[in-house]
Design a protein around this ligand. Sequence first.
Ligand code: NAP
Ligand code: MG
Length: 492
Amino acid sequence: MAESSEANYDLWIGGKEVPSSAGERRTLLDPATNRPLASASAAGVDDARAAMEAAERAFRESPWAADDGARRARALTKLAALLEADSESFARLETRNMGKPLRESRGDVAYVVRTLEYFSGLADKVEGETIPVPGPRLDYTLREPLGVTVHIAPWNYPLLLSVRSIAPALAAGNAVVLKPASLTPLTAIAFARLAKTAGVPDGILNVVTGSGSTVGEALVGDARCRSVTFTGSGEAGARIAELAARRFLPVTLELGGKGPVIVFPDADLDRAVKGIGYGIFGNAGQMCWAASRLLVHESLRGPFLEKLSGIANGLKLGPGTQDGVEMGPLVSRDHLTHVMEYIDDARDGGATVVAGGSRATEAPLADGNFLRPTVLADLAPTARAGREEIFGPVLSVTSFAEPEEAIRAANDTPYGLLAAVWTRDLGTAHSVARRLESGMVVVNEAPTTYPQSPFSGVKASGVGFEQGRRAIETYSRAKNVLVNLGAPRKRG
Ligand code: NAP
Ligand code: MG
């Protein structure tokens, strides 16, 4: 991937790059400087239609869905290898577009490689079953792809969250249309080019960049769409679920979170502080599963706050491309303003700002969207910062006396994505994990997942599962075939 080709990106439809039909473009800014970085085509409804048409034709005409899966396994394996070989340029492109430190983008690309490897291994194992039924009958299922699947991705892990859902969809034999977030479309388009080189047939993977409300809704509303996977805000997720319901489409929604972290008195303090620091300041807190609500036993409150502010004040802020930088800018100036509002509101309500709480305005950070890692304590019970998803590097700290109190507080949220428990007591760990209303629980660990583990939320955090074997079921369906074998034929 040549650096010089980074300036202008078009749509990727039917195996080639095409400009949007209306010729509209969006200028993308480097979040570390707010200077123009590149431009991307802004698709309209006609382009969405063209992508769905290309996908539907490829699904019908190419051998992608029809064969035994060995072709898909080979193409996805090759795609993983090509991406790995080009991982540094993908990581750089991600960092320049989205802002996160290179170290994190490298980790994201490695995760994408692993995801492709995992699902390539399942591509030739999409199997039906035989079911015992009475009489001279054979009952079996065929596991078939759905057809054209639509995937709408957010800006916080642009490539990772795109591939997390398109990899199983491709492995199961579908044709895919991906809409990346308007702010961060670059790595998705670069990935589509690579998929062609890897042998994914033209039209099987299409990328349409453009606004969610126009192009995203057009994709979901298209008669050829057979399923929708959406990662992003609850507001847009609800809109998509509504549109999908009108056409009885299956939906997978990965929405927000307000992740509780419970620290019991017997926890390994240093490990816990480190894990929580990563859980809220990693990716500048722009993570759906961020560890954003710390519930710490009252006996540990003092030392914990001290150690946490040490971590927050010690993180090196700067452009993600710069060596040694530990936290990059927020993705956009609008998002920075949005996050600052939560901090101001908490401060006005009497919260103590233990660390951070303001923009980093020293040169050369002043033009970028930098916010100091922030720790808030003594929040009013009604403070928005303690209850709503902030999606920034802002941790709210509360203490508890009894375990019951901590579990109640952890569950007292509309969300339920990831919860964390820190304790050395096995009994406490397992019993608390069972009682948390949450799709995922980590014990003595920062937020962590693997392509082979189910990723899901409950309550307002989402519907359905990503990752793991089950993802193949999400992107395929079982057709039941019942055959009456009749009476055995008489010889003669
Ligand atoms: P968003 O508006 O929901 O955007 C996510 C994606 O949906 C983007 O591609 C967006 O396009 C598109 N979109 C927006 N409105 C749409 C509509 N009416 N129809 C179809 N598509 C639509 O999210 P955001 O506010 O930019 O991102 C931050 C939020 O995402 C966070 O607050 C967090 O809750 C959530 N999130 C969750 C996860 C997870 O895994 N659970 C991961 C990341 C983010 P545009 O870019 O053009 O708006
Ligand atoms: Mg939005």
